[in-house]
Design a binder for this molecule. Structure first.
Ligand code: ADP
Length: 614
């Protein structure tokens, strides 16, 4: 059974991922410990005034006046120093933790960027952009927030009650024990609050991811949204889905808060009730002459300090769960299996300038769904091979497999006789260029876009490639020529112009193998002619595999592979297939009918495509 993408699921375990993230933080262990230590020191300084007041009261109520004025002065100075020290330690802790937080943020993002460049491209086709950008943005930010703020605060919030109880025990251990009377109430409140919390955190992130994915689709599909706006509606299906996702999140958050609030209230009240336990016992001990008034007062004040940090602890506990989820999402990317590269293999053999590409009994599943079954054909070196067939036949999947977007489940794809799994990824990348139906340009100048595949190309070489791709005149006429920014996604160009720039980019990259997904599909008649000219420049001497949706455009290809239901139904030249392959004949006849169809009163016709290269 072909495995294909199923193999992807085997690698990434989250436990390993957590270790990986801890390792990312590991280089900052000393600084993090120091930040936490300083935060605890700040909490300790916060307790010193209470202890100081206790000591001063003790000293002043021993007799008629201060029995030891030096001790009083000493404690007053200690209190003043502690007040300053508290803020100093807190500031140093925050500064240090932020430094570490931003370093970790940088390290995680750098690791994600490096990893995404090694992942098979199919990884990105299989996942909505919004979900991935949510991991790159929000979830990495959650880590930064955790290391910069929450970790030091959390350690301090955990230590402060312990310090408080220790001081109370030093005054009178029985009062410290009495303060522990808060535990049952706090525990009950916490248990109530945390019921079903884990799955809810998962659902919470799931809803945020959905909003992100819908928002990206909504913005990317704005033209569609505008064209199909329903009067008074949310703006067509995409807008409606985004509004639904936001509404689902609002409902979820409100419902969660309603469930959470009673438990939280019980916990918050419970954690703050220590004085209620300490006061009666203290009064009783004082009445029996076993506890001095200053000691009672100090213990009572200290017991009042137990509540706030304990209340913080639950909030941090909840935040920590979010950090764990963020870690898991980041790890799922960092641990995703990379395409394995076999250590040894035969060297790809060139035929002239080009390489032959051979599919050898290739089978492949898309997540368990068969897409290709024992597909075998050879794209001759330096020739044009067209993949044709009904929609869903497996043409795009086959073409994408040549670039290792995914790895074949069974069989092999060979370039110049070498299994592509034995070719180092960087080399394979250099050997294969893709031009899709609707090429995107990235934010930058035209020059940056053209030089993508060959950053060291000088301006003359770039211009020569642009001339061959019939886009030099267009670029030269721009306000800043080749240095003109293309706008987001290449917005300042029409689809056909973007295609020609993408073809120039491929010419400059000079890869011997081209995968073309009918690059003229969305072009108007004028652009189509120019794109055809550009393509003839690009394809000359290279091995081209063309996914053809319009059969007339590939009638003169060197080899036409007819695909149906993931299998090769027939392969050969146009005339042979017309004679021997009923499916091909049928497809050709149906397309001819479509082409004969015209809007009433128009003379337009669809021009034939790759004929010019033949
Ligand atoms: P064609 O290019 O001939 O239209 P495809 O290669 O796109 O065919 O699709 C072949 C089969 O694989 C179809 O059933 C399609 O639904 C499925 N498929 C294609 N891409 C994916 C994907 N990224 N995830 C899941 N299924 C896919």
């Amino acid at each position: 059974m072909a495995t294909g993408r199923n193999a992807e699921k085997r690698g990434g375990g989250t436990a390993h991922g957590r270790n990986r993230l801890l390792r990312l933080a590991h280089g900052h262990g000393m600084a993090l410990s120091a930040a936490c230590g300083l935060s605890v020191a700040a909490a300790l300084c916060g307790l010193v005034p209470f202890w100081g007041v206790y000591e001063i009261l003790q000293a002043t109520t021993d007799g008629d006046g201060p029995s030891d004025p030096h001790a009083v002065l000493g404690w007053a100075a200690a209190v003043a120093a502690a007040l300053i020290g508290r803020h100093l330690c807190a500031a140093l802790s925050t500064g240090l933790a932020h430094r570490v937080g931003f370093d970790i943020l940088h390290a995680v993002r750098a690791a994600l960027i490096a990893k995404t460049q090694r992942l098979p491209l199919g990884f990105f086709l299989d996942r909505p952009v919004g979900r991935l950008s949510h991991v790159f943005q929000e979830q990495v930010e959650i880590l930064e927030l955790f290391f910069s703020h929450q970790l030091p605060d959390m350690v301090a919030a955990l230590m402060a009650p312990l310090l408080c109880l220790t001081l109370m025990a030093l005054i009178d251990w029985r009062l410290a024990v009495a303060a522990l009377g808060i535990l049952p109430l706090a525990w009950a409140g916490n248990a109530w609050m945390m019921r079903g919390h884990g799955p809810r955190i998962g659902a919470y992130f799931g809803l945020i991811r959905t909003i992100n994915a819908e928002a990206v689709q909504f913005i990317q599909g704005m033209e569609l949204v505008r064209s199909f706006t329903v009067r008074g509606g949310a703006g067509g299906g995409l807008g409606g889905r985004l509004v639904d996702a936001i509404e689902a999140f609002r409902r979820f958050a409100l419902e969660w808060q309603t469930r959470w609030l009673p438990g939280w209230s019980l916990y918050a009240v419970g954690a703050g009730t220590a004085p209620l336990f300490v006061a009666p016992l203290g009064l009783w001990l004082h009445g029996r002459g076993e506890l001095e008034a200053p000691a009672f007062l100090a213990a009572l004040l200290l017991s009042g300090l137990l509540g706030p940090p304990l209340q913080k602890v639950t909030i941090y506990g909840e935040l920590y769960q979010r950090v764990r989820k963020a870690e898991e999402a980041i790890s799922a990317i960092l641990d995703a299996p990379e395409p394995p590269v076999a250590v040894s293999g035969s060297e790809p053999v060139r035929e002239g300038r080009a390489f032959a590409v051979a599919f050898d009994a290739v089978s492949f599943d898309h997540g368990g769904k068969p897409a290709l079954r024992e597909v075998s054909f050879t794209a001759p070196a330096g020739g044009i091979t067209a993949l044709v067939g009904p929609s869903g036949a497996g043409k795009s999947t086959a073409a994408h497999l040549v670039g290792r977007f995914w790895d074949v489940g069974e069989g092999a794809i060979r370039i110049g006789g070498a299994d592509i799994r034995t070719i180092p990824p960087e080399r394979l990348k250099a050997m294969v260029s893709f031009v899709f139906q609707d090429s995107t340009l990235f934010n930058g100048s035209v020059l940056d876009n053209l030089r993508m595949g060959r950053p060291d190309a000088d301006r003359e070489t770039v211009a020569a490639a642009a001339r061959a791709a019939r886009c030099h005149d267009l670029i030269a006429a721009l306000p800043e020529g080749y240095d003109t920014p293309v706008g987001e996604g290449g917005a300042r160009f029409s689809g056909g112009e973007r295609q020609r720039i993408a073809i120039a980019r491929a010419i400059l990259k000079d890869a011997p193998i081209l995968i073309l997904d009918e690059p003229t599909a969305f072009a108007d008649a004028e652009n189509e002619a120019l794109i055809q000219e550009a393509l003839s420049g690009l394809m000359a001497g290279r091995t081209a595999i063309v996914i053809a949706h319009r059969l007339d455009s590939v009638r003169h290809a060197d080899r036409i592979v007819v695909m149906e239901d993931g299998r090769v139904a027939a392969a050969g030249r146009h005339d042979d297939l017309m004679a021997a392959c009923p499916l091909y004949r049928d497809l050709t006849d149906r397309q001819a009918e479509v082409l004969r169809w015209r809007l009433p009163g128009t003379q337009s016709d669809v021009r034939s495509g790759f004929e010019q290269e033949a």
